[in-house]
Every structure is written in structure tokens, then in C-alpha cells.
Design a protein around this ligand. Structure first.
Ligand SMILES: Cc1cc2nc3c(=O)[nH]c(=O)nc-3n(C[C@H](O)[C@H](O)[C@H](O)COP(=O)(O)OP(=O)(O)OC[C@H]3O[C@@H](n4cnc5c(N)ncnc54)[C@H](O)[C@@H]3O)c2cc1C
Length: 388
């Protein structure tokens, strides 16, 4: 088998890397410290077409797959993780519209989402519906051709500058779980912002809590079948962006550490000469490769139409933990200066810490991996497709 990106994929990765390293990284510390929304960067990404990378060409997007998404998200996250998150969450909303929406919704929203004139926000999690989204309390009641929504969404990443929240709400009784949740596109101005969280990291893209009070939404804003939104959501593939963000952060922490330990001298040697340091750097590199290989495997399987349940969860756990471990090690190997905002590494650690929690905590993904392993046992069936 070939472990090789196509020439087009390499070109895409190199283009994004150059832009991210030349234009985003030099502003990253300042934007993070000022907690400033990266509006200009996102506009530039839209001019370059990346905000529509997975949207089909018929709707003005680039029509690329999950491998390309993983490649660009790694590059963006290596420069400033929340920028990668903003693009990816937006594309997740577009994927839901593309896969489960009506022709009218695709025609209305996808072209302006590709150009980032319409920005998508995901409204799933609630105060009492974190790891278990089926506990959500937001309801939508049908009244004629409208739905009346009441409830709240706890974390609305992209809300600032966002246009539509893909809002999940209960539309059926508990006895119908999980077929009792429906999704709607609700304009951001219909939410009352109740709290803008002060967070450890991800400072440039905020995720406020928003409340819905008797918000009327026409049925044409419903995305997918009534009651099927939770089940349909499991078929979306853009979630591979979360491990890809982990790969980006883990790699950035490694790159900065190699650069720093090569030039920083103590005891008349670059500290990278010491075996204790070299072994740590070697382990950091191994984590990056493991995380990237698992992430690209999940993305490639998604593009080939294979089930990715186990592969996505493995990638999520591995890559997000790699980001935390590498950022932590990077701080150690930068010594005192790494603990300051003179370098990027303290931000890597703060941003990485989000990734083992968001996108579903890693514990849940470990459950998924284990359940899949047990379900597949024994593994020698001729239809077994999980050897790679
Ligand atoms: C900055 C930020 C941005 C976010 N953006 C969005 C967004 O745009 N849209 C959106 O819908 N959501 C968003 N989220 C929500 C995110 O997906 C949830 O935080 C996540 O799903 C976990 O839910 P919770 O925080 O309620 O944790 P809980 O479900 O309360 O879990 C707490 C902890 O308990 C442990 N745990 C939970 N379940 C298990 C289990 N089964 N086995 C073992 N241990 C377990 C884990 O350690 C977990 O971290 C965001 C969150 C943050 C912090």
C-alpha cells in the first residue's frame, strides 16, 4: 500500500502551511492575549476557498473530501487552533445541510456558506446534555407550519460573527429515544446571550451560552426528518477535524521544541544534546506520527465510504492526548520562558486542553473503541475491513 498523499493534496497542504506559518502564526500570541476574534484571518481563508473546502463545487465550494479537510485543519491548528475550530464547526453545519437538508436549503445556504458570508454554528450541548446529548431539554413544538423552540444551548462556538445555529431540540417523547430529536436552522439573532464564558484557552473564538424563548421557526428551516437528527448526526464525517486539530497542536509543540532545544545552551551544550531531552523529543515526534496516521486513516475511510466509528474514536483519543502531552513536554523543555507569553507553548497547552473534552470527552470515545472491538470479535470473517 502507498502511504503517500497525492500531488494535489501535497500542494494544498503546502499552500495552507505557508499561509498559516507566514500570516497567522506571527499574530497568534497577540490575538490570543487580546482575546480578539480572528475576523480578518477567516475572511482571508474564505478568499482562498478554504471555508468551503468540503462543500460540493456545484454550490461554490472546493468539493474536497475528509483527507483534505484533515490536512488543512492540521495546518491551521498548528498556527492558531481556534481558527481551525471555527472553520471546522462551520463546515460541520454545511455537511448536515448538504446530507440531510432539502434542495431548497442546499441552494439557499451552501453557496453563501462556501464564501463564508453565512457562518454556521453548532447548537447541541446543554447544561445537562454534555456527553449524553439525549438528555437535552430544549424543545420544539409544532404549531401549524411553524415550530416553537424553548430552551438553551450551553456552548455556541462561532456565535460571534455567526449567522445560523444548527439547533437540536426534542420533538418527541422519551419513549422514542433516540428518534425524538430534530434539527433546525435558527438565526443567531433569535438567541439571547446569557453568558460569555471566561475560558482557559481558545480565547479568540468564544462559545457563549444562548437561550431560546418562544422562538418561532418555519418548518422550511428544519434540517432532516422529524425525530431523526440525532441518528443522522452520527453519519457526519467532518468530526475528523477534532483529531486533526490535535495533530496540528502536537506538531507545533514538537517543531518549537526542536528549534528551541537546538539553540538554547546550558552546560556548554545545546540542551538538545542531552539524552534525556532527545528521548523526549523522539517521543513527541512519535506521538505526532501516530496521531496523524490514525487521523488520516479515519479520514480516508470516510472518503471511501467505510464505517469510521472505531477509527474516528481512536484518532480522537490519540491525537487530542498527543496535543496535551506534547504541549506539556514543550513547556518543560522551554523552561521558564515557556511559562510566559513570549513563546507559543503556553497557548498550545491551554488550547490543547479543550480537545480531550470537546467533541465528546475521550472517555466516551474509549468506550466506543472497546465496544467496536468486542462487537467485531472474532476478526477473521471475510467481510472484515478493519485491518487498516
Ligand atoms: C470551549 C468549548 C466549546 C464548545 N463548543 C461547542 C459547540 O460549538 N457546540 C456544542 O454543541 N457543544 C460545544 N461544546 C460542548 C462540548 O462538546 C462538551 O463540553 C462535551 O461534549 C462534554 O460535555 P460536558 O462538558 O457537559 O461534560 P460532562 O458530560 O459533564 O462530562 C464531564 C467529564 O466526565 C467524564 N465522563 C463523562 N462521561 C463519561 C463516561 N461515560 N465514562 C467515563 N467518564 C465520563 C469525562 O471526564 C468528562 O470530561 C464546547 C465545549 C467547550 C468547553
Amino acid at each position: 500500500m502507498k502511504f503517500q498523499l497525492t500531488e494535489e493534496q501535497q500542494r494544498l497542504r503546502d499552500e495552507v502551511r505557508q499561509y498559516a506559518q507566514d500570516e497567522i502564526r506571527p499574530q497568534a500570541i497577540e490575538l490570543d492575549q487580546a482575546e480578539e476574534h480572528p475576523t480578518e484571518i477567516l475572511n482571508e481563508l474564505s478568499d482562498r476557498g478554504y471555508t468551503g473546502i468540503t462543500i460540493p463545487e456545484t454550490y461554490g465550494g472546493m468539493g474536497e473530501g475528509m483527507v483534505e479537510l484533515a490536512l488543512i485543519i492540521e495546518e491551521l491548528a498548528a498556527a492558531l487552533m481556534p481558527v481551525a475550530g471555527a472553520v471546522a464547526l462551520h463546515l460541520g453545519v454545511a455537511e448536515a445541510i448538504q446530507r440531510f437538508g432539502t434542495d431548497e436549503q442546499r441552494d439557499t445556504y451552501l453557496p453563501s456558506m462556501a464564501s463564508y458570508d453565512t457562518v454556521g454554528v453548532l447548537g447541541m450541548s446543554e447544561q445537562n446534555a454534555g456527553s449524553n446529548k439525549l438528555e437535552m431539554e430544549t424543545t420544539a413544538k409544532r404549531e401549524g407550519d411553524e415550530w416553537v423552540l424553548n430552551g438553551h444551548k450551553q456552548w455556541l462556538t462561532n456565535f460571534q460573527g455567526g449567522d445560523y445555529v444548527l439547533t437540536y431540540a426534542k420533538t418527541g417523547p422519551e419513549s422514542e429515544r433516540p428518534h425524538n430529536i430534530t434539527a433546525f436552522l435558527v438565526s443567531t439573532d433569535r438567541f439571547d446571550v446569557e453568558k460569555v464564558w471566561d475560558t482557559l484557552g481558545s480565547q479568540t473564538v468564544k462559545s457563549p451560552r444562548g437561550v431560546l424563548r418562544d422562538v418561532r421557526v418555519p418548518d422550511r428551516q428544519r434540517v432532516g426528518e422529524v425525530g431523526e437528527a440525532y441518528v443522522q448526526r452520527a453519519k457526519l464525517q467532518t468530526g475528523v477535524n477534532v483529531p486533526a486539530r490535535g495533530v496540528g497542536l502536537a506538531r507545533a509543540a514538537l517543531d518549537d521544541t526542536v528549534a528551541y532545544t537546538s539553540q538554547r545552551e546550558q552546560f556548554d551544550h545545546p540542551i538538545g544534546d542531552f539524552q534525556g531531552v532527545k528521548w523526549k523529543v523522539g517521543e513527541m515526534a512519535q506521538r505526532v506520527d501516530t496521531a496523524r496516521l490514525l487521523t488520516l486513516r479515519a479520514a480516508d475511510r470516510a472518503d471511501r465510504g467505510y464505517d469510521t466509528t472505531r477509527e474516528f474514536s481512536m484518532a480522537k483519543v490519540s491525537a487530542t492526548q498527543a496535543a496535551v502531552d506534547n504541549a506539556n513536554e514543550a513547556m518543560q523543555l522551554h523552561g521558564g520562558i515557556g511559562y510566559t507569553t513570549e513563546t507559543h507553548v503556553e497557548r498550545y497547552l491551554r488550547d490543547a486542553r479543550l480537545l480531550t473534552i470537546a467533541g465528546g470527552p475521550n472517555e466516551g470515545h474509549k468506550d466506543t473503541v472497546a465496544e467496536s472491538v468486542y462487537a467485531d470479535h472474532p476478526r477473521w470473517d471475510s467481510n472484515y475491513d478493519r485491518d487498516i
